[in-house]
Ligand binder design. Sequence first.
Ligand code: ARG
Length: 465
Amino acid sequence: MSNKMWGGRFSERPDEIMEEINVSIDVDRHLFAQDIAASKAHAAMLAAQGIITASDAKNIGKGLDTILSEIGKGSFEFKRALEDIHMNVESRLSELIGPAAGRLHTARSRNDQVATDFRLYVRDIIDETDAALAAFQRALVERALEHAATVMPGFTHLQTAQPVTFGHHLLAYVEMAGRDRGRFQDARKRLNESPLGAAALAGTSFPIDRHATAKALGFDRPMANSLDAVSDRDFVLETLSAASICAVHMSRFAEEIVIWTSPLVGMIRLSDKFTTGSSIMPQKRNPDAAELVRAKTGRVIGALNGLLIVMKGLPLAYQKDMQEDKQGAMEGFAALSLAIRAMTGMVRDLVPDEAKMKLAAGEGYATATDLADWLVRTLKIPFREAHHVTGRIVAKAAEGGVALHELPLKQMQAIEPKITKDVLGVLSVESSVKSRTSFGGTAPKNVAAQAKAWLKRLEKERKLG
Ligand code: ARG
């Protein structure tokens, strides 16, 4: 038998391999809720416009609700022979309500249907990701407040640069996550237009009301061009781009956790909840979750690249290639969701070794810039020259194998006679961070204020919900 949904002009069954390559139900079954919601909106609109009768629309609506609950309960049988979610739902509808089911597909096509379903799906993903990122931010902010004054080494080139506070470091990721959320919101605004009613590609001769279906589905408006409506997937690409950037942020943080937990560094400790053991080396505590977050980034970026490549040579309008838009995207979004949740868990779990952090913060002459700044401020020496003088003092300390604050004043004065003992006041890591009061700087006072401002903002947002 040929396909009962489109087989009118076919006399033979498709080849087995044809079915195998054509089928998409294993992936697009995840769109069932969106598919049913869009069908309900479409049926109600058809009735309101007098295109189908009110009683047919009512039966269609009831039948669709039954299908939704069947899928929810797990009693719905997805059939591969019916290709995709659209035809699986319609076929079951006709079993439930008879020939009236066939009226549902008036003035629409699977092309506008799938574009609508996937927009709704991606919109839901954006909302879920936003909530996950807000929870991630909250976890970071709480820890930042707790560690507003905990000193750690700040690095450039992974070399000790200047002391910073652990809270300041954590708040850097809060800012990044804030921009990630902004990118997802931007994508949401642009994707929130309805393709439904574009039909196959040219629109329809039926007097449909696309504004009504758009509104019913929570879209801002119908898409203005029927060809564009069925043939672009830029909304997926844009969301995957935001997801990729976000995944890169997660990955960089994960890498820091891997570095920080290495016994060579030992700045933080993760509990048993977020580490695993080795089957051969009994002493090991591996930061597997962080490593996997780092690796999941590959899936997200891979999904973006994969879809860019699928789309790049496609003429308008719908091409079956576009059926390949879903699997990678769904997997990519799932990978990001897991990564964000794992990072949130690790942020809550991690315990910094404050003594070790402080010690490391003072290593490598990390307060040399403070010394140079003191020469500028107190002795009015131009910065370039102060930099040079400080370099000579650092070399002297290195020669003696001592830290800057341990170098006898006399030896400093041999290099710059005007230096007084007051200089010692700026050489500790605590005084270094305390002095960084410029806007956005690492001073504990700044960090606490920033963390509190973020807490307020996140709380307000949660209330607006
Ligand atoms: N399963 C298809 C997809 O995901 C639905 C659209 C099919 N349209 C068509 N003309 N064959 O893209």
